[in-house]
Design a protein around this ligand. Structure first.
Ligand SMILES: Nc1ncnc2c1ncn2[C@@H]1O[C@H](COP(=O)(O)OP(=O)(O)OP(=O)(O)O)[C@@H](O)[C@H]1O
Ligand SMILES: [Mg+2]
Length: 180
C-alpha cells in the first residue's frame, strides 16, 4: 500500500443502466457506487435479473452506462475512443466465462495468442507465450494441432490416406482460388 492508499483498479460512480425506453424500460442498475482496489477479492451476488451481468459488462467496457462514470485503472472510460477503450480493457480486464467463449476455428494455442497479437506482439512471440501459458496450466498437448497429422504420416501411408490428405490440403487452396 502506498501513501496514496491502495491502487483503485475499478470504480463505478453513480452508475445506472436502463434498457429500453418509456413504459417498457428496465432499470438493470440504479446509482451503483463501487470501488475495487488492487488485490481485493469481490463477489457480486444477487438473484437472476438483479444486474450482475450488466455490471460486469460495464466494468469491462463492453457496455456504456446510461448515466454515471466507470473508471478502469483510474481512467474514465467515457472519454475514450473505441480503439483506446479496447486496448485498455484488453490489458486491464479479464473474464473467465462459464462457457468457453473460444473461437472454434482456431487452435487452443491460437486462441491464447490472439489477444497478444491484437496488442501488437509479433505472431511467433505470441505463439511462444501462448504455449508457455498452456504448459503452466498443464495442457501442453493442446498446443500442437498437427500432432494427429504427424501420427498419421508416421504410419505407412496407404493410397486412401494420401488421397484424403491431398483433398484436405486442396480445400483451402480452392477456397482462396474462388475468392480472387
Ligand atoms: N440487452 C438487454 N436488453 C433489455 N433488457 C436487458 C438486457 N440485458 C439485461 N436486461 C435486463 O436487465 C436486468 C438485469 O439483467 P442481468 O442480465 O444484468 O441480470 P443478472 O443478475 O446477470 O441475471 P442472471 O443471474 O440471470 O444472469 C434484467 O431485468 C434483464 O432482463
Ligand atoms: Mg447474468
Amino acid at each position: 500500500m502506498s501513501v496514496l492508499g491502495p491502487r483503485q483498479v475499478l470504480e463505478l460512480a453513480k452508475v445506472s443502466r436502463t434498457f429500453g425506453r418509456g413504459a417498457t424500460a428496465v432499470a438493470a442498475l440504479r446509482d451503483v457506487d463501487l470501488t475495487v482496489s488492487a488485490g481485493e477479492f469481490v463477489a457480486v451476488m444477487g438473484p437472476s435479473g438483479s444486474g450482475k451481468s450488466s455490471l460486469l459488462a460495464l466494468a469491462g467496457g463492453l457496455d456504456r452506462p446510461t448515466s454515471g462514470g466507470v473508471l478502469v485503472e483510474s481512467t474514465p472510460l467515457a472519454g475514450l475512443g473505441l480503439n483506446e477503450l479496447a486496448r485498455l480493457c484488453r490489458r486491464a480486464v479479464g473474464y473467465v466465462f462459464q462457457d468457453f467463449n473460444l473461437i472454434p476455428t482456431l487452435t487452443a494455442a491460437e486462441n491464447v495468442a490472439l489477444p497478444l497479437e491484437l496488442d501488437g506482439v509479433p505472431a511467433r512471440k505470441a505463439r511462444r507465450q501462448a504455449i508457455d501459458a498452456l504448459r503452466q496450466v498443464g495442457i501442453p498437448e493442446l498446443t500442437d494441432p498437427y500432432q494427429l497429422l504427424a501420427l498419421l504420416v508416421a504410419v505407412p501411408l496407404t493410397g486412401g490416406v494420401l488421397a484424403w490428405l491431398f483433398t484436405r490440403a486442396r480445400l483451402p487452396m480452392s477456397r482462396r482460388g474462388v475468392g480472387t
